[in-house]
Design a protein around this ligand. Sequence first.
Ligand code: FPP
Length: 246
Amino acid sequence: MPGAKTVRVPRHVAIVMDGNGRWAKARHRPRSFGHNAGRKAVREVVEACLREGVRVLTLFAFSSENWHRPEDEVGALMSLFLRALDKEVDELHGHGVRLRFIGDLAAFDEPLRQRMRAAMTHTAGNDALHMNVAVSYGGRWDIVQATRQAAAAVARGELRAEEIDEARLGQWMSLAELPSLDLFIRTGGERRISNFLLWQVAYAELYFTDTLWPDFDQACLREAIEDYARRERRYGRTSAQVITVP
Ligand code: FPP
């Protein structure tokens, strides 16, 4: 943004993209119309992250609980994901975006899984922005899958139960290889985590906005980043102990 002032930029931003259904309802259109409009907002946010210097963007596209939505809505979301994968991956690749999918990918049918794998492989060498799309994801699921891996390592005799600590378990959590979460954004007016990134959110700053996801644009992300830059992150220490990095 020309003339925009320099602010402390979060390295890792996660977003709960809420409000598509209400946005569509206000226009007397089906919920799938709102999800489609949400795709444009994803593009806006990716562009803004590239411009602002955000290194990692994690989006909650489909939760473990979303499988319980009406069948036609789940179907519409699946075909939207397929279309997005077919249409957007080359462009993301052109911008140097590395795409990852996190969640219980085994829950999807093979054609979709195959496209997700292909997109991850195709963009694996990119580093301009790491974009993670959480699908069939739940924060509790993540903790359970990490715990299972720890238990399996113990069963194989590679680890003793007493050696499992936060750092060790954290290594098996989704996104462990990336910078830790700095800023958690939720659009659509609710003030909840809704089982997203429960482990990873531990020290993140939370930002809630009433803006519905399809209306969330580059200026909205800028506003969230400016709000983040004004926060003091203490990690349990006192204000006096904190050295504020400009
Ligand atoms: C929540 O809004 C949104 C979803 C369950 C789907 C999010 C999906 C997209 C934004 C599609 C594009 C994403 C990618 C990665 C291509 P809601 O339906 O709960 O809205 P409501 O609270 O107003 O009902």
